[in-house]
Design a protein around this ligand. Structure first.
Ligand SMILES: [Zn+2]
Length: 270
């Protein structure tokens, strides 16, 4: 689909199992009034040169915005700052020691003549922000959702309960278009957000069903819930199961027990 005028995506050259084909770096601005760059994502000289060309076309860089403190989003930020003397803005300095501006929830920023609103959406990581362009209801979603597949929720930096709350919060914003951190632009935004919530709820139900019949560990749950998953992805799946277990424990639905070998297992809360 075509994006609203003044929003450009540049695919960073950092493909991997986590990033798919790479990270979507986004430039937002108004010609001759400057721009912001969201998630520079890579130290690649070619990528930074491409971003520099875009920035120059807009007439300057007012800020570098970071959705969250994963390298596939914040890499390149310091190099861009050094080139254009623009501040790095993120939720907290825990995202990146070089952060110049710590953003608040619902803080308004300027990108050329456009307004951008920072939306605090923890879950994938405790410092996660989305950026909303209210005029076009375009949401830059970072790793809240992906254009294909799902995103990783890995404790302790990830939290399933917060993640679901963030998805519900973004549902209420009713974005017209979502630019994810990875994958293609999403038009059917409300259907996607509802699918994401349903998917996590279904996963949670499968886990609860397993625990209803047995005291069981994370490895066994993962093997059952993710039967047939490529072995290279099993560690990521285990992390997601752990995130579900911690949420269910907090909900009071399950409790942790330690077996005779010192291994953690889980059972229904009594
Ligand atoms: Zn991430």
């Amino acid at each position: 689909m075509s994006l609203p005028h003044g929003i450009e995506i540049v695919l960073a050259p950092n493909p991997s199992v986590y990033t798919g084909s790479g990270t979507n770096t986004v430039a937002i601005g108004t010609r001759d009034h400057g721009c912001v760059v969201v998630d520079p994502a890579s130290e690649s000289a070619d990528h930074l040169d491409r971003l520099a060309d875009i920035v120059t076309g807009y007439g300057g860089l007012s800020a570098i915005l970071i959705t969250h403190g994963h390298h596939d989003h914040l890499d390149g930020a310091t190099s861009l700052r050094d080139r254009f003397e623009a501040p790095i803005a993120a939720w907290s300095r825990e995202a990146h020691p070089g952060v110049d501006i710590e953003l608040r929830d619902r803080q308004l920023l300027r990108a050329g003549r456009r307004t951008i609103e920072a939306i605090y959406t923890p879950g994938h990581r405790f410092d996660h922000l989305c950026f909303l362009l209210p005029q076009s209801q375009t949401l830059l979603a970072g790793d809240l959702v992906a254009g294909a597949g799902t995103v990783l929720i890995s404790p302790p930096e990830g939290d399933m309960d917060e993640y679901l709350n963030s998805l519900r919060r973004v549902q209420l914003l009713r974005p017209a278009c979502i630019v994810p951190g990875h994958g293609p632009v999403i038009e059917d935004t409300l259907a996607l957000l509802a699918d994401y919530i349903r998917h996590r709820q279904a996963r949670e139900k499968s886990i609860l069903d397993l625990i209803r019949t047995a005291q069981i560990g994370v490895d066994a749950i993962t093997e059952s819930v993710y039967a047939g998953l490529d072995a290279s992805l099993l560690q990521l799946a285990r992390q997601t199961v752990r995130a579900h277990m911690l949420k269910l424990q907090r909900d009071g639905a399950i409790e942790r027990v330690t077996d005779c070998c010192g291994t953690d297992e889980w059972r229904r809360a009594s």
